[in-house]
Ligand binder design. Structure first.
Ligand code: BG6
Length: 492
């Protein structure tokens, strides 16, 4: 299968925070890959803007080191790299003062798409937006890109939205949730809405429950100071997992159009019921002293990682979520995510109800159909179906997977799955907001999240300990057991 690459229009992309971690790990590598693929036109430019006192040559050197570190070796052609680095420029800028702004204004070219990536602390959004306008750099068609965390509660998200809205229209604002840029996540929409098979059974009449798992093996490591103020609920559930839930639960949009899709997602978020304490399990990973941890090393506990023995922040959370509308009445969505779990697995499992009548009699191996959408690793889908066990000896049934790994089905194109950032940055340039969160969506998500967090803070709940590289706290098992269900295994 030959992939079609349609070049985007030429652009000037200014990355505020251009020397930061995100620029090095994701933004520059993503742009490089798109440049290599022929999607980023040769006459586009990437302008790093940060406080550091660098010139173009210094920025290019930094970028080269970052690409060498973060781009797969087989994609690092020297000739392409040389051409790409020529597209890079740098302005040393003072976000809260006047330094560098005239120079930046002088660099901007008329007639090309202008985009500004705010890869900086949210407290600087207002300063940047104001100066972009004061210096005539922002135009009515310019776009700005902002990252999560978008606020830490409803009030702060509203304040951020207000700061941005004072300078930009909603159609100019691209709020990134990188989960929406993942290929399989978009495939979820394709599967649901481009096939006739699934939609008729995609409701409470046929779906017993849904499980959404985002398990990671890494701990909080060097991100402790950020993470300890967030916890799994703010870091993963309010945004990434909420987006996954929306794509599963939403009604079919009337077309694949930014507002049509986002309107439907918003309706789902607004339909989420408050979650009572008994439907929440929070956990914190324990440590392993001496040489008893993985690879014969000690494993620091969560509180050691964040340097606060009293921390009550969760590195794991499981929740039973109800979507209060006709389609989902009685079908719970179980969500779980955590650090230092036994495998790096992200998947959505749609667990269907059992067939209503067992015409083959009692059968112990009888299982309900499950549609599993694997986000990572090994992106793909799997539908378990019951068949007859081969051979004579009666009508014995067994379940087999109808497995579609994208790598197997699509060959090279299936293995070469683009990083979410590649896709999302190109969408910004194309002016397509479908895979970005609208301001009201983010606020609605916080409006649901806030009382949950406030509840456990007021109750003074402590997270349960769990062993590193386990499946999480024991209590999380109960969340499903008491409903007569089981979590799917987190594979190593
Ligand atoms: C980020 C979170 O948004 O997503 C991290 O802040 C998390 O804590 C990461 O590790 C997970 O992303 P991915 O793409 O590796 O699943």
């Amino acid at each position: 299968m030959v992939s079609r690459v349609i070049p985007v229009d030429p652009f000037d992309l200014v990355i505020f925070g251009g020397t930061g971690d995100l620029a090095k790990r994701k933004i520059l590598p993503g742009l490089f890959i798109r440049f290599r693929a022929g999607q980023m036109p040769e006459d586009s430019r990437i302008i790093g803007a940060a406080r550091a006192d660098l010139d173009d040559a210094g920025f290019r050197k930094m970028a080269q080191a970052a690409l060498t570190e973060f781009v797969a070796r087989d994609k690092l052609d020297a000739e392409v790299m040389g051409r790409f680095l020529q597209r890079l420029h740098y302005v040393s800028i003072d976000a809260t003062g006047e330094g560098g702004w005239t120079e930046l204004a002088g660099l901007m070219r008329p007639g090309v798409v202008r985009a500004f990536y705010f890869s900086v602390a949210p407290s600087l959004f207002g300063d940047l937006a104001e100066r972009l306008h004061a210096h005539g750099i922002a135009e009515p068609q310019s776009r700005i890109v902002v990252e999560k965390p978008f606020g830490r509660d409803l009030a702060s998200a509203e304040a951020l939205n207000a700061v941005l809205a004072a300078h930009f229209d909603e159609r100019q604002i691209y709020r990134i949730d990188h989960y929406l840029g993942k290929e399989t996540v978009q495939n979820l929409m394709a599967v649901r809405f481009a096939n006739i098979l699934f939609e008729p059974v995609w409701n409470a009449q046929y779906v017993d429950h849904v499980q959404i798992t985002v398990a990671e093996t890494v701990g909080v490591g060097g991100r402790g100071s950020y993470y300890d103020k967030s916890g799994a609920m703010r870091d993963m559930v309010q945004n990434h997992m909420m987006q996954l839930l929306c794509l599963i639960a939403m009604e079919p949009p009337y077309k694949f159009d930014p507002n049509a899709v986002r309107d439907e997602k918003l309706k789902v978020i607004r339909a989420l019921e408050p979650v009572p304490p008994e439907d929440i399990v929070r956990g914190q990973y324990r440590g392993v002293p001496g040489k008893d941890g993985r690879d014969g090393k000690a494993e620091p506990s969560y509180v050691e990682d964040v340097g606060d023995p009293q921390s009550r922040t969760e590195s794991y959370i499981a929740l039973k979520v109800r979507v209060a509308n006709w389609r989902w009445q009685g079908t719970p969505f179980y969500l779980r995510t955590g650090k230092k779990l036994r495998g790096r697995t992200s998947e959505i499992a749609i667990v269907f109800k059992e067939a209503p009548h067992s015409l083959f009699g009692e059968n112990e191996s009888w299982k309900a159909n499950v549609l599993t959408i694997r986000l990572q690793p090994n992106e793909g889908m799997n539908l378990s179906v019951m068949i007859k066990e081969p051979g004579p000896g009666g009508m014995r049934l067994t379940d087999v997977p109808l497995d579609m790994s994208f790598a197997d089905a699509l060959g090279e194109e299936g293995t070469d799955i683009p990083d979410a950032y590649e896709r999302l940055i190109m969408d910004v340039i194309r002016g397509n907001q479908t895979l970005f969160m609208r301001g009201d969506e983010v606020e609605a998500a916080w409006a649901w999240t806030d009382p949950i967090i406030k509840g456990w803070e007021e109750r003074g709940d402590r997270p349960r300990g769990y062993d590193p590289y386990s499946s999480g706290p024991e209590d999380a098992l109960m969340l499903l057991h008491r409903d007569g269900r089981r979590w799917r295994e987190i594979r190593e």
